[in-house]
Design a protein around this ligand. Structure first.
Ligand code: FE2
Length: 279
């Protein structure tokens, strides 16, 4: 799939940008399916989630259960002081996660195929395993910031193999909160690890290397249909969306089955719902 030049670029930068990877028809199908999931979602179930301490624990349960579901999460700024939605439900959801690629036929079709498998192999994944899917809305006006992080924080393996497939479903610009990344930053150490023990999750500090900033990082302004594939150690960020335009994106987090997936990762699969690859 990738040329030898592109492979060299990926090794150098820790990311590769592939415009036109998905067609408008594929994007339209995924967007329509996401809309259906949101329409079927009852906000009463999770409107309570962001309000009191008791309900903060419910967030954790809801979050943990989402490992094997298609769960909707609200934008932090979705609610007013009285806990009421400030805008329509479909303009309030931050993301859907985290198992649509295995539960939903439209999401599964979008998430799989020989091209993606070949690309994963080019990135060094001998036996790709898709652990997680996220449909990210980055809603107009209230789309939340995603602070600097490395995806290997959430998908640890020995050795580290997690690779992110980030699909732009709409044009991503500086105005609507495009990704930022530090080219070559995948050669920096893993700074944090998100560790699960039972139903408790904690963030462990591993390394004090500072995060990039607007001077050391580059914005990834890309058109709808673009695939950005990046290394699990690559630091990346996205700003809040204060613009009137949404910035939908879809992501897959994929490890190599030949590396040891950490038993302390928050997202685990049982034998009744095994992790699968691209083909
Ligand atoms: Fe990320």
């Amino acid at each position: 799939m990738l040329t030898s030049e592109q492979k060299a670029r990926y090794r150098q930068d820790g990311l590769i940008v592939l415009p036109g990877f998905k067609s408008p028809a594929h994007i339209a199908a995924l967007r329509a399916q996401a809309q259906q999931i949101v329409e079927a979602f009852d906000p009463a179930t999770s409107k309570t989630i962001f309000t009191t301490n008791e309900q903060v624990r419910a967030v954790d349960r809801y979050f943990l259960d989402s490992a094997t579901r298609s769960s909707c999460f609200f934008e932090e700024e979705a609610f007013d002081a009285e806990g009421q939605l400030r805008q329509a439900k479909e303009l309030s959801i931050n993301k859907i996660g985290h198992a649509m690629h295995d539960l939903d036929p439209v999401f599964s079709a979008f998430s799989r195929g020989p091209e993606l498998h070949a690309l994963a192999q080019d990135a060094g994944l001998v036996e790709p395993q898709i652990w997680q899917s996220m449909y990210i809305f980055k809603q107009p006006g209230i789309g939340g910031e995603v602070g600097w992080h490395q995806d290997a924080t959430f998908f640890d393996s020995s050795p580290i193999s997690v690779t992110t497939f980030w699909f732009a479903l709409e044009d991503a610009t500086l105005e609507n909160g495009c990704l930022w990344a530090e080219l070559g930053g995948h050669r920096s150490p893993l700074r944090e690890r998100f560790v699960r023990h039972g139903d408790t999750v904690t963030m462990e500090k591993l390394d004090a290397t500072p995060w990039p900033n607007a001077h050391s990082a580059v914005p990834l302004e890309v058109e709808a249909g673009t695939l950005v594939m990046f290394h699990g150690l690559l630091p990346h960020y996205s700003a809040p969306n204060r613009s009137p335009r949404s910035r939908h994106a879809y992501t897959l987090h994929v490890t190599d089955g030949q590396t040891a997936y950490a038993p302390t990762n928050w997202l685990q699969r049982g034998t009744d719902f095994p992790v699968r690859g691209f083909v």
